[in-house]
Design a protein around this ligand. Sequence first.
Ligand code: NDP
Length: 281
Amino acid sequence: MNPMILDGKATSKKIKDELKEKVSMLAQKGIVPTLAVVIVGDDPASHVYVRNKKRACEYIGIKSLSYELTSQASEDDVLSLVEELNSNPDVNGILVQLPLPSHISEEKVIMTIDPKKDVDGFHPISVGNLSIGNPGFVSCTPYGIIELLKRYDIPISGKKCVIVGRSNIVGKPIAMLLLREHGTVTLCHSRTADLKKECREADILIAAIGRPKMITDEYVKEGVVVVDVGINRLEDNSLCGDVDYEKVAPLASYITPVPGGVGPMTIAMLMTNVVESAEVK
Ligand code: NDP
């Protein structure tokens, strides 16, 4: 079987173009969606992520305000900056790039962000809203996965959805979202008794593990839809997912590549959250 590729790069471009239109309509009403990006320290990967996010803002017409603090910045410095951004009426979204240096509590920082500006969807209020089905910001990677499935008209209702990985930023929220779409959800993790058996039952299999090529053909049934969230760097510096693409793709009906699958969708959904925040203001 030749699987259909779930092309996150092309889909995210389409979403960004739609947002560009929305932003130009908002501009006619004098509204300029604005994202404040806070980065602390000099982690090279974080700087790359922030640069990509700013580039996406620029493409769409979202204004991005940049706050670069040195790794010597104190927790109070970061908390006061977040409070200042909370009370700035021009700012629609606040993004604090993680990880933060170890002397700064990520939890405290996330808790300080006004949930109305929590475009990363990490605040406990956002997480709570997601679990009880109230409106609120949804964290960008899980949101991107659902959007990708929807844009390819992949039915979720009544389907057996198996997720490997139960992190707060991917596994748990994607479970809530799939449930919201009426999927029958199984959430697996490192203590799952028979992982292969659970995975082989999946109509939709989401891998968010952080282990290169762990999901092989032994974990899937024919016709499965595979979403690979993993981003792993190999010794030769190339990137690969948590799914062994060569082995799994021949059995799948749809599959995401790595790179070019879930990754680009994450940024597109961050941009969506910022524009939505400006719209409801
Ligand atoms: P975490 O390390 O926070 O969570 C990994 C999860 O996988 C845990 O729940 C862990 O179980 C489970 N796990 C680990 N080993 C096994 C195993 N052998 N069998 C079954 N389950 C296992 O990772 P994240 O959720 O943050 O990220 C997962 C992957 O997704 C990473 O590669 C990351 O880089 C990528 N990622 C990609 C994003 C994107 O935009 N595309 C965004 C975010 C992450 P337990 O809880 O029991 O320890």
